[in-house]
Design a protein around this ligand. Sequence first.
Ligand code: DC
Length: 230
Amino acid sequence: MKKITIAIDGHSSTGKSTMAKQLAKALGYIYVDTGAMYRAITLYAIQKGYIGQDIDKLDLLISDLPSIHLEFRYNTSLGYSEIYLNEVNVENKIRTLQVSSFVSQVSVIKEVRHKLVKLQKEMGAKKGLVMDGRDIGTVVFPDAQLKIFMTASMEIRATRRYKELLDRGADISYEEVLENVQQRDYLDSNREVSPLKKADDAVVLDNSYLSPEEQFQKALSLAQDRINTP
Ligand code: DC
């Protein structure tokens, strides 16, 4: 059967990764979470003391880039891949509000984007993959056979992210999460390098009032349609 490339972009906390994972599983494709890659580089910068409250030593991060090793390893019991930063599994450590608060500052750095986009293109060379992020349909795979742009109202997204963080035991308020979602929307959409924007040929999926199952069925039928198109 023909293999295609599926690019999923959209605002933060729209459930891109949940849907991308489901889609990859149903099609037997590889799933790549590019947000995890930007988060892992941010975690590295925090751990090294290159970024923090009133700290900005991002020039040191840029010098370290060639020696930072990122890799996804498939976890058979979970059924998806987890990210490793210099051989250490950081899948959980990258999901904190601290990493979320600094990740926009790291993802505007053009040297960071250059390194990660190159890695992402290599991962997709054989097609048969679902990749989610902000610039997948516009920069990483402008020729992807299926591009989906996901969105939902800001309050609904903040509520979803808040519940997710509470489930992980975080001690935060809804207002803090809402502010972070607003801030990231602004920074993601207004940065100079690869800003978040819908590709002209992307299908918009607003899931404010869709159940995860409804949205998955829509995406799956779009994918099957493209796979069956000669
Ligand atoms: O999808 P996420 O929320 O885990 O992504 C974390 C951050 O990384 C997000 O605020 C923007 C950035 N990002 C990016 O700039 N480009 C991508 N392809 C993916 C994520």
